[in-house]
Design a protein around this ligand. Structure first.
Ligand code: ISL
Ligand code: CA
Length: 558
């Protein structure tokens, strides 16, 4: 048993996308009071930590990932007083709250940027990256994550500013110590309020290649890896941030960022590094992305999927710590993407709950996955809200693509899949709001909703509750070793978790077929978890069946 036990390793995190969680005042937008109203529900899941996607003041070009004041709450979401009340109520329930820290860029409506653009010698000029154009063109050919150039001309001074995301999200200049100090003060402001940590947005790109060379490829991922991510100084900044503020508090940090991979992850989370506690790894999130990204989908197979989890476990097992997640607000719904969201929606949702809560690392549950919410398929682009999807649509149109086909790709891959309102009940708008929500509700709320599942003992929701409880009672599932059996099997994901105290074997049938899997168990065993209600033979797995056995210590499964 691990001697070095830490609360954030044993915790289960619940991610909230506030805009779509619960609307308390009937304006169609989820809000802080809505989260407060539903705190008993969140507590009933048995989770320990709530991660709130950004709630700061923002013009919402990118739903809060464009912050115009880091010390104010977005008016649509409520007031600072309500935030304080929410934080206290969360603490009263013995849960913790982590905030989203978006430090790579601000909104162009932030005071710093408004000043910065005024003149070349404004004191805030160096809070951002300003460069001259080249012969009437941007300073280089870098593309933005959301399409088009990463540079925008500002007519006032006739210079370009850098924005790796939308042009309303100018990149902050981390080279500037004054800017860094302001950011640390902001972090301190929230920590002094009592928040328990941060999820750090695109933290891997805060140090970019500052001579701004032209990219010599069209492949976005390559450009991002070569020029944006893991720059020279990222670790200097993270160490400084930790030294100046983070280390003074008992908090947790999780870094998000493209370009963090098996080779460099320990530089971010190695225990001797004093940088971050954990990072999200994106291998499985990019598994179906082709060379042109998410709107260029490719197929994937189970051995690939298993290898990603095994490699990451192996890399982090002695040093650092992992985060386990199967979806968030940037990706399609977990069950639609990896499972079967029609015939086996219930079984496959439960199967992925089993996976999520039985791997080593801190599990993150994305709102709505606990009831098996699915992707949505709006029949017109007008019903979509996400800047990434709508930009991609315009580009595809300009390129003369088949737009009927492209809409299907948006259905499958778009970020709005995960952003439709939560389904609280079968009432109007899924009980989310009394008026039209900011984005349409998925029409399947009539049969997929919390109210119905709360009462049903065999629901996905109650399976999550049971699995969370089971994990929390069994630290072996948190800290124990991991070994993947049959990595090449096309439909079975089988693995063991063990320590001196106990041993578990987990069998997951990731397919629509009945599979016979000669279970390696030779001696006495106990079936602890099963996502089917009726029993069956030990060596048979029905479609999307998940079984967890406890084995006597010393049993070899291979
Ligand atoms: O979704 C992606 C593009 O296909 C990801 O690359 C994503 O942009 C990246 O993981 C960063 O995401 C985070 O920062 C963005 C914001 O739009 C996302 O919602 C956020 O999670 C910019 O702040
Ligand atoms: Ca509201």
């Amino acid at each position: 048993m691990e001697t070095n036990r830490i609360w954030w390793k044993e915790a289960v995190v619940y991610q909230i996308y506030p805009r779509s969680f619960y609307d308390s005042n009937g304006d169609g937008i989820g809000d802080l009071k809505g989260i407060l109203d539903k705190l008993d529900y969140i507590e009933s899941l048995g989770v320990d930590i709530i991660w709130l996607c950004p709630v700061y003041q923002s013009p919402n070009e990118d739903n809060g990932y464009d912050i115009s004041d880091y010390r104010q709450i977005m008016q649509e979401f409520g007031s600072m007083q309500q935030f304080d009340e929410l934080l206290h109520s969360i603490h009263r329930k013995n849960m913790k709250l982590i905030m989203d820290l978006v430090a790579n860029h601000s909104s162009d409506e932030h005071l710093w940027f408004k000043e910065s653009r005024k003149s070349k010698n404004n004191p805030y000029r160096d809070y951002y990256f300003w460069r001259e154009g080249k012969n009437g063109h941007p300073p280089n050919n870098w593309p933005s994550f959301f399409g088009g150039s990463a540079w925008e001309i500002d007519h006032q001074t006739q210079e370009y500013y850098l924005h790796l995301f939308s042009k309303k999200q100018p990149d902050l200049n981390w080279e500037n110590p004054k800017m860094r100090k302001e950011m640390y003060n902001i972090i301190e402001f929230w920590l002094n309020k009592g928040v328990d940590g941060f999820r750090m947005d695109v933290i891997s790109v805060i140090s970019k290649e500052l001579n701004f060379p032209d990219a010599n490829t069209d492949n976005f991922l390559d450009i991002m890896n070569n020029h944006y991510a893991n720059g020279d100084k990222v670790h200097i900044y993270l160490k400084e941030m930790s030294h100046e503020v983070l280390r003074k508090y008992d908090i947790m940090t999780v870094g998000e960022g493209p370009g963090i991979n098996l080779d460099n992850c320990l530089e971010y989370v190695g225990e001797d590094r004093n940088e971050l506690n954990m990072i999200f790894h994106f291998g499985h999130m990019l598994i179906d992305h082709g060379s042109n990204g998410r709107f260029d989908p490719v197929s994937w197979d189970l051995p690939q999927f298993k290898k990603i989890f095994s490699d990451w476990d192996n890399k982090l097992k002695d040093q650092g710590w992992g985060s386990i997640f199967l979806g968030n607000h940037d990706y399609p719904r977990m069950v639609s993407r990896f499972g079967n969201d029609t015939q086996y929606r219930v079984e496959s949702s439960k199967l992925f709950a089993t996976l999520l809560l039985s791997l080593r690392g801190t599990p993150y549950i994305y709102q709505g996955d606990e009831i098996g919410m699915t992707n949505v398929a709006f029949n017109t682009i007008d019903d979509y809200r996400d800047i990434e999807g709508t930009n991609a649509w315009l580009k595809a149109k300009q390129e003369g693509k088949n737009m009927v086909e492209f809409l299907k790709i948006i259905h499958q891959q778009g970020r709005d899949n995960a952003r439709t309102p939560m389904h609280w009940s079968s009432h109007q708008n899924g009980g989310f709001s009394k008026s039209d929500p900011w984005i349409k509700v998925n029409p399947n709320f009539h049969h997929i909703n919390i109210n119905a599942q709360d009462k049903d003992q065999n629901s996905i929701l109650n399976y999550y509750r049971m699995m969370i409880k089971f994990r929390k009672k069994n630290p072996t599932l948190v800290y124990g070793d991991y070994n993947c059996l049959c990595p090449e099997h096309e439909s079975i994901y089988a693995y063991e978790r063990w320590d001196e105290a106990s041993k578990y074997l987990i069998l997951l049938n990731i397919s629509d077929n009945n599979v016979v899997y000669e279970s390696p168990i030779s001696r006495s065993y106990q079936l602890k978890i099963n996502n089917y209600i009726t029993p069956n033979a030990i060596n048979k797995l029905r479609p999307w069946e998940a079984k967890m056995f406890s084995l006597p210590q010393g049993t070899t499964s291979c």
